[in-house]
Design a protein around this ligand. Structure first.
Ligand code: GRF
Length: 193
C-alpha cells in the first residue's frame, strides 16, 4: 500500500515511450477530487513520443532522455525527480527496463500497466502470443514494479474476452479501453482508497 501523507496529492511522474493514451487517462483521473495523485512530470525515453503532446496540452513539465548510457541517464532522472518533489512513478507504455538500483530508490512506489493477464505473457507482443495460443481471454494488469520484468505484486487485473475473428489490432484496441479504466482504479487500490 502507498501511504497518503496529509491531504496533499502525491506528486507523480509518468514515464512513457509512445502514444501516451494511458498517460492521457491518468492526467484526467489526477484532476478528479478523489485522485490521490497529481501528475507533475512526464519522462519520455523517446523525443518523438506522441504522448508528449499531453504534457503541452496540460502544462505538465516534460523531460526526454535518450537512455544510451543507462546508468548515467538514470542518475539524471533521479535528480530531476528529486528536484520536482516526485514521490511516485507510473510507467505507462515505457519501453525501457529500469535498473535494480533505480527501482530500489522508489521501492513500492513504482506502478506499471501491462497488456496481459500476468503472470501470462511477460515482455513484448502479448496480444499476438495470446492469439497464437488460442486463448479465450486476454486482458491487462497493473502491478508494482520490482527488479524482475513484469513480476511485481499484482494490484488489479481486467479480463477481456477474445472473440472469434479477433486480430492483434482489434485486441490491442479492446484491451486499451480497459487499461484506461484499470490504471486509475489500481491507483486508488494501491492507496487503499
Ligand atoms: C499499453 O498497452 C501498455 O499496457 C503497454 O504499452 C501500451 C502503451 O500504450 N505497456 P499508450 O502509450 O499508453 O497508448
Amino acid at each position: 500500500m502507498v501511504k497518503l501523507t496529509g491531504y496533499k496529492k502525491v506528486k507523480t511522474a509518468v514515464f512513457i515511450s509512445g502514444t501516451g493514451s494511458n498517460l492521457k487517462s491518468l492526467i484526467k483521473f489526477s484532476k478528479t477530487r478523489k485522485a490521490p495523485i497529481s501528475i507533475d512530470l512526464i519522462i519520455s525515453s523517446n523525443l518523438k513520443a506522441k504522448g508528449l503532446k499531453f504534457g503541452r496540452i496540460n502544462k505538465i513539465k516534460k523531460k526526454v532522455f535518450s537512455f544510451k548510457e543507462k546508468h548515467k541517464i538514470e542518475n539524471q532522472i533521479l535528480s530531476v525527480l528529486k528536484e520536482n518533489g516526485i514521490k511516485m512513478i507510473c510507467l505507462a507504455g515505457f519501453m525501457k527496463i529500469l535498473s535494480r538500483n533505480f527501482i530500489a530508490k522508489f521501492r513500492g512506489k513504482i506502478l506499471n500497466i501491462h497488456p496481459s493477464l500476468l503472470p501470462k505473457y511477460k515482455g513484448l507482443n502479448t496480444h499476438q502470443r495470446a492469439l497464437n495460443n488460442n486463448d479465450k481471454y486476454s486482458g491487462c494488469t497493473v502491478h508494482f514494479v520490482n527488479s524482475r520484468l513484469d513480476s511485481g505484486k499484482i494490484i488489479l487485473q481486467k479480463k477481456v474476452k477474445i472473440s472469434k475473428n479477433e486480430t492483434k489490432d482489434s485486441l490491442t484496441k479492446k484491451v486499451l479501453v480497459q487499461e484506461h479504466k484499470l490504471y486509475p482504479k489500481a491507483i486508488l487500490k494501491a492507496f487503499n482508497l
